[in-house]
Design a binder for this molecule. Structure first.
Ligand code: KG4
Ligand code: ZN
Length: 338
């Protein structure tokens, strides 16, 4: 018997709905919120309002694209947290009422688990999945952590950021250079033309497998402030080299701790997840490291790296098999449970 799940992701500023049949994606619709661009970051109040406007058309489109009738759905899944409370409430409330009307169970999903298990979505561009146990580096706008994954329901944190996330480091550096939000993809694009060794930035010194990125942002800011005193056009004239240098530093820091954690756990199955997994510099550096260390590396297709509902549905699929359903009383959480 196959399982058909409708899933909703609304933790931050993207409204997404997907339909999966077992592990296969039938549709994965994402509506981005352009409104935040002018503010240089996500405005929570605006995000929840736009989710309210988007949710019904996005779900309708997901069902239509999948060619699935409502009565064919076995469950409705939603992101319970972590994320912005107002945004999460829209998806949670919608999922509850939609499932109640259909008479099917609801399944609550943790957003970070979903990024990790996106590796188990079956698609032509993702023919193989990691074997357990594996190590996953999750790098997004809100989170940066190294996880040991023993099964779809058993994962533990080996290291995480003590302040900014890697995506935040990209976005803040981009903002300092006057680039639009989110800045990560802009830095990635500009870095391709620049010299990664043009401007060396200090690496944070943090114990164990944890990360810290706030100091890097500050040294980037002070460095530019000093250079701008001598040359008012310093940023414009060095945009590519600055992008390449900051990206090089972030990537180096990310990989160093990952390498340490992999060695300590004796695991050579390594996966990458989260929005920053789209970064071409990180992907290339990981491929090089994998070749050097003999890692079996899993880089997700780009469409599964940034926030999307297909990754919510894959977690829900495993929970459905365990009959791990939520009650109608369930409420969202905003902070990471790991
Ligand atoms: O996972 P995600 O879509 O949302 C969160 O859960 O945070 O990640 C968004 C983050 C943003 O910080 C964005 O700048 C970053 O991922 N990002 C990138 C790239 N594409 C997205 N950072 C660097 N290079 C990219 N190509
Ligand atoms: Zn995310």
């Amino acid at each position: 018997m196959s399982v058909t799940i409708l899933s909703i992701e609304s933790s931050c500023d993207d409204t997404s709905a997907a339909v999966l049949r077992d592990r296969e994606v039938l549709s994965n619709i994402i509506a981005n919120q352009e409104v935040h661009r002018q503010y240089g970051g996500v405005v929570p109040e605006l995000a929840s309002r736009v989710h309210q406007q988007n949710i019904v058309p996005v779900v309708e489109m997901a069902l239509r694209t999948a060619g699935v009738e409502r009565r064919e759905l076995d469950a409705v899944a939603f992101t319970r947290g972590p994320g912005l409370l107002g945004s999460l409430l829209v998806g949670t409330s919608f999922a509850k009422s939609f499932a109640l009307a259909l008479g099917v169970p609801i399944i609550e999903v943790d957003h970070l688990k979903a990024h990790i298990l996106s590796h188990f979505i079956k698609s032509d561009d993702q023919p193989v999945s990691p074997r357990f146990p594996f190590i996953c580096l999750t790098v997004s706008g809100g989170h940066t952590q190294i996880m040991r994954v023993d099964s779809p329901s058993d994962m533990s944190v080996l290291g995480k950021t003590i302040d900014d996330a890697a995506g935040e480091a990209f976005d803040k550096a981009a903002k300092i250079m006057g680039l639009p939000y989110p800045g990560g993809p802009h830095i990635d694009r500009l870095a391709k033309e620049g010299n990664p060794h043009a401007f060396p930035f200090p690496e944070p010194r943090i114990k164990g497998f944890d990360y810290s990125f706030s100091g890097l942002k500050t040294s980037f800011l002070y460095f530019l402030r000093d250079r701008l005193k001598e040359n008012g056009n310093f940023i414009e004239e060095n945009m590519a080299d600055l992008s390449a240098s900051i990206q090089h530093t972030i990537v180096k820091v990310l990989i160093k701790k990952l390498e340490k954690a992999a060695a300590a756990e004796g695991i050579n199955q390594i996966a990458l997840a989260g929005g920053v997994a789209a970064n071409s510099g990180l992907r290339e550096a990981l491929q090089q490291k994998a070749a050097e260390k003999g890692w079996k590396l899993f880089l997700p297709p780009l469409r599964f790296t940034t926030d999307n509902a297909a990754m919510i549905a894959i977690v829900a699929y495993y929970k459905f098999l365990e009959k791990d359903f939520a009650s109608q009383e369930i409420v969202p959480y905003t902070k990471s449970v790991f």
